[in-house]
Design a protein around this ligand. Structure first.
Ligand code: SF4
Length: 289
């Protein structure tokens, strides 16, 4: 049977043509006439890229926001609300990439947690390399590792989720009832997993400089630094402070306004890399950009 992957609705983005090369009726969510967008976060920020967002996650994250309230996973359609998602054949994904890649040399595989579909994802990454020779970034929560899949990836963007992201009854009570029900019903496994993160770092350190990684932590401010050390950094080796990305919590300007300066201050104190989210500056909190 042909390999397939479960993607979110409009899971290859931004695009202007379908798998057969036919022009789509709607312009992409970016508002631009051409396919593609930029990587909005991390070491490759600003790089022209095409995104493939896989559906499903093995975690269900929620954070308390300073000054009150909670912020749940900013990609709910790929984590605890997967009702509108689509099964794509790998062939269809490859053809859609072919008709939209243009001059872009970077493809970003994101989620959800892409590695939970590692069997078919290996085939997709193998084909992306073979047919287009593109640079592949995978965005992962760092709880699962597959050696063959890792062999196709150029940048591992690992975003370990700490104990402050765990769902609690107190947090659930602050969400609208329908959303709280979906979050409560979703599966979740242990996180963070330093032993898995170490496998990613080791693959990079043994690659002769061909592969790279970044550890991206969603933060609200200095109160997170102790957990980042205690739950992850103290248990792994082979990283430099510049591999640690301090990213302010928030999928919109309102929440980012509460967190960004506190996180910036913490990043500077620790010698970490502050991680702006420039896609939110450019496009707001729309999906598919
Ligand atoms: S790991 Fe990422 S995709 Fe999964 S629930 Fe947490 S924030 Fe959402």
């Amino acid at each position: 049977m042909a390999a397939s992957l479960l993607l979110v609705n409009n899971g290859i983005f931004p695009i202007t043509r379908d798998a057969e090369g036919k022009l789509l009726a709607d312009v992409p969510a970016t508002g631009l006439q051409n396919p593609g967008t930029i990587q909005g976060e991390g070491k490759l920020v600003g790089t022209a890229s095409l995104f493939i967002r896989l559906s499903g996650c093995n975690l269900r994250c929620m954070w308390n926001v300073p000054e009150g309230g909670v912020s749940a996973c900013d990609t709910p359609d790929s984590s605890f609300d997967v009702s509108k998602n689509w099964l794509w054949k790998v062939d269809e994904i490859i053809e859609t990439v072919r008709h939209n890649l243009g001059n872009m040399r970077h493809v970003v595989i994101t989620g959800g947690e892409p590695t939970i579909q590692h069997r078919s994802l290996k085939e997709l990454c193998h084909r992306l390399k073979e047919e287009f020779d593109v640079h592949i970034t995978i965005e992962t929560n760092g709880t699962l590792f597959d050696e063959e899949l890792a062999s196709y990836i150029d940048l591992f963007s690992i975003s370990p989720k700490l104990s402050d992201s765990l769902v609690t009854e107190e947090k659930l009570m602050q969400l609208p009832r329908q959303l709280a029900g979906k979050v409560a019903a979703a599966p979740s496994q242990k996180s963070p997993c330093p032993e898995v993160i170490q496998q990613y770092i080791d693959v990079c350190r043994n690659s002769g400089g061909e592969k790279d990684f970044q550890l991206k932590f969603v933060m609200t401010g200095p109160e997170n630094a102790k957990s980042i050390h205690n739950e992850v950094l103290n248990h792994i080796s082979g990283w430099e402070p510049s591999d640690i990305l301090a990213m302010p919590l928030g999928g919109n300007h309102h929440t980012l306004g509460k967190t960004s300066h506190r996180v910036l201050e913490t990043a500077i104190q620790h010698g970490w890399r502050y991680c702006p989210r420039i896609h939110i500056d450019l496009f707001g909190d729309k999906p598919g950009v």
